[in-house]
Design a protein. Structure first.
Length: 439
């Protein structure tokens, strides 16, 4: 079975504010109450209102603004079938342009003005870090953050309402490090890192396996598009395998700079920087046409996948997403970013169902902690949710681009933060229910 990668998202953008309110035809809203079971803010007999922050405008918008369109398509699909326990999902998305100050503003609006039941899929490490304290202080379920930082799930006592969703950067870094140590034992390794939690978490993980093989470490600051000094340093150190923990625009910049320097190492990018369609288009744009657009320009690139993507045409989840998108999408093509949003929305519907017929904010948090490890969905490895961990997907498989498409080099590999070993996941991939809605 062929699959294709989807990714988390982090890039710095220019601040701008635009609202996208995806109202799903819910009826009148009852006044929220505090009951002995918990808070019903955002809940009525006929609707549940949730919110999210995404970069809908600015330099971070390409690709990343597609994620909430995928989520909305799935919520519309569920609403057309009657909603969840008779409640329509009302989805309010606000634009933060990936600027933390703007994120603070729009999340305040979601909580205090829109009175959302939960924030779902808020995007980015720097941006979401600006609001995590506020959301937990306000008792708002902060579900399935679109970022791989471990802070979303490694300390539930500090952040009891926050849950990660995708594999964290340490999980990816450990899977990469384990594979490289076994399959490239003589490689001279360079690290190309974003200078924030993405780079720091990832470096800590790969050094568990590759410390003696690393010959150079370089870092870039988001927004600085000149990475020639970093690539030249890697070349000067003789690195012949570069591990890139970066966002897609810097995958394109690192590739273009290497071409100019006639530097041809092997490249292994983490999942968030390796969407071949987006990176291929960025290569064409950044090079002003000197490099042709398309996945062929990334031939030989290594990366990881944790949910099946658009290239997995025979996968039952991909078939479902194509159906949902055809019925409820924008008319534009289905992309891996939209698949990410569809998959994340499926997880929220699963959690809302698990919270019961009369959900509360406290109830949905308890339901994820109690049963989230067994939530079925398109994820290739289980979530790690429990009272002690709010971390997301626990594994991924490694692939290499061959003739423009992924060729899978490993089964799904599974691990956790800290000293947990990397092992082959022995469970089976799930298939969606016939209705396409969690049962």
């Amino acid at each position: 079975m062929k699959r294709s990668t989807t990714l988390a998202v982090r890039v710095t953008a220019v601040a701008a504010v635009v609202s996208l309110a995806a109202s799903c035809g819910a009826g009148g809203r009852d006044e929220a109450t505090e009951t002995t079971e918990g808070s019903t803010v955002g809940i009525s007999d006929t609707s549940v209102k949730i919110g999210a922050h995404f970069p809908l405008t600015g330099v971070a918008a390409p690709g990343y603004s597609e994620i909430p369109t995928g989520a909305k398509a799935y919520f519309d699909y569920v609403n057309a079938a009657g909603g969840v326990n008779g409640r329509q999902i009302e989805y309010v998305v606000r634009d933060d342009s990936y600027d933390p100050t703007t994120t603070t503003q729009v999340v305040n609006e979601l909580v205090l003005q829109d009175e959302v039941f939960a924030v779902v899929g808020g995007l980015g490490t720097a941006t979401h870090s600006a609001v995590i304290d506020f959301l937990n202080e306000e008792g708002v379920p902060d579900l399935f953050v679109s970022s791989g930082a471990i802070m979303w799930g490694n300390d539930p006592e500090k952040y009891p309402n926050t849950f990660g969703w995708q594999p964290d950067y340490q999980v990816e870094g450990k899977i990469i490090g384990d594979w490289v140590a076994k399959n490239r034992p003589d490689a001279k390794i360079g690290l190309f890192l974003q200078d924030d939690d993405l780079g720091r978490d990832s470096e800590e993980a790969v050094r568990q396996y590759l410390d003696d093989q690393i010959v150079e470490v370089v870092r870039y600051t988001s927004g600085n598009t000149d990475v020639a000094p970093q690539i030249a340093a890697l070349q000067g150190a003789g690195a012949d395998l570069i591990l890139g923990f970066n966002v897609p625009s810097y995958t394109a910049l690192s590739q273009l700079t290497s071409m100019r320097l006639n530097y041809t190492p092997e490249w292994f990018y983490s999942s968030i920087g390796s969407d071949v369609d987006l990176v291929g288009s960025l290569l064409g744009r950044f090079s002003q046409g000197a490099v042709s657009e398309g996945s062929q320009s990334l031939e030989g690139m290594l990366s990881l996948e944790y949910i099946p993507g658009i290239d997995s045409k025979d996968n039952e989840w991909t078939k479902l997403w194509n159906k949902v998108w055809a019925e409820n999408g924008t008319g534009e093509p289905l992309t891996n970013y939209r698949v990410y949003g569809l998959s994340q929305a499926y997880a929220f519907v699963t959690a809302l169902q698990a919270a019961g017929e009369n959900p509360t904010r406290e109830g949905i948090v308890d339901a994820i902690q109690a049963g989230g490890m067994d939530f079925e969905g398109p994820q290739l490895a289980p979530f790690r949710y429990s009272e002690d961990s709010h971390l997301g997907i626990s594994g991924a498989s490694i692939y290499q681009i061959k003739n423009g498409v992924p060729e899978y080099l490993t089964p799904v590999m599974q691990t956790d933060i800290g000293d947990s070993p990397v092992v082959e996941y022995e469970g089976e991939e799930s298939t969606p229910p016939e209705s396409g809605i969690p049962e």
